[in-house]
Design a protein around this ligand. Structure first.
Ligand SMILES: [Zn+2]
Length: 95
């Protein structure tokens, strides 16, 4: 698929050799209000979202499987910690 100029959003960098392995878990419904603060570009097969809810933050991963998006997320934690992990993910230092 081709995308028009200016289409692309944030692309996570390729993984570094010593990247941190994030523990992804199946989401548990906790609230109906989740704010997506930032997200990676939808041109990539796997997308990541930095989310906030109830004073906490976490990263959501959407990966396609048989035509559907399978959703996993990190632990919910204080925003500063989630943002640090988000930045590591974007630099290819965590995935
Ligand atoms: Zn893109």
């Amino acid at each position: 698929m081709t995308f028009p100029p200016g289409f692309h959003g944030i692309h996570a960098a390729p993984l570094t050799t010593t990247y941190e392995r994030i523990r992804w878990v199946v989401p548990v419904p906790r609230t109906d209000r989740i704010r997506v603060r930032s997200h990676t570009c939808i041109c990539r097969e796997i997308q990541f979202e930095l989310c906030e809810a109830g004073g906490l933050a976490f990263i959501r991963r959407l990966a396609p499987l048989r035509g559907r998006d399978v959703v996993h997320e990190t632990e919910w934690t204080v925003t500063t910690r989630a943002v640090r992990l988000w930045e590591s993910l974007l630099r290819g230092q965590a995935r």
